[in-house]
Ligand binder design. Sequence first.
Ligand SMILES: C[S@@+](CC[C@H](N)C(=O)[O-])C[C@H]1O[C@@H](n2cnc3c(N)ncnc32)[C@H](O)[C@@H]1O
Length: 277
Amino acid sequence: MSIFPSSLTNAIARQYDLFQQSLESMARDRAFLNYGLADFSAPHDSLEHRQQRLCEETFRAAEIEPHHVVVDVGFGSGEQDFRLAASTPFRQLIGFNISQRQVHGAAARAAREGLEHRLLFRHGEAEVLPGVEPGTVDRLVAIECAFYFDRPRFYARAAEVLRADGLLVLADIQLHDRLAFLTRREDLRRVGTWSSNERHWEPHVRLRSRRNINRETRPGVQMCVGEILRTQLRERLTPSERLEWMKMAFYSQLVALGLWSGLVSYDLLVFETRSGR
Ligand SMILES: C[S@@+](CC[C@H](N)C(=O)[O-])C[C@H]1O[C@@H](n2cnc3c(N)ncnc32)[C@H](O)[C@@H]1O
């Protein structure tokens, strides 16, 4: 197995470098990059509030305690971790991201805010988690990014770094088993179906709970598509930035249709280690 990132991982890293570059140029470099979670009692809630709620719900499911070491993979701009640090006690959070630009942005902000000992942001793949010793992590969280990972390697490495009573918590998107025929493409193979993903996590971790959030995430997906299209009209972006945002709008629209039809599933998943509890 190669220790070097695949060309797909490199392409994803470049895509998020470009997103971060354009968000910085729009002075929106603290933006969340997820579809958000609706609260139907607040129908006029902003996209940002919904995105914040998705992060809060995921961290709540992780049951973080003051002595915990937390690993957050695919942290985007890092905004979710700064908000967590302001609201929740924990010992240390180590973030991993393949976008060098997002790592730089988040690490520089942690230093500016005097949080560099509590919030560490590192360049590295979720499948590798460089420098993390086995059995040293209490909570491993991935918000809206596990569908980018090489899942068999990710689940194995997650189980290795977690303590016996550790939890892996994912806000995760996958395909219905009926769409298994699509997973011949490498990018869609990483998204996976419920059955293929289950086959990959089963040897390493045990599913403790699953909460389907298709209904709560779908309105935010539609809001993201609208926001991206409006940005295309308003902002001066480079051609490469524009292309990546348009691809994101296109795939997000497919996700919206998938969530609506049930052919795509968005879940909050909590896993425990096989040796724990
Ligand atoms: C859709 S964004 C989600 C960002 C953030 N969690 C949020 O909710 O706003 C996906 C993030 O995962 C990161 N990512 C994708 N593949 C990764 C990998 N293999 N290892 C680490 N990070 C990865 C991207 O660079 C990006 O920051």
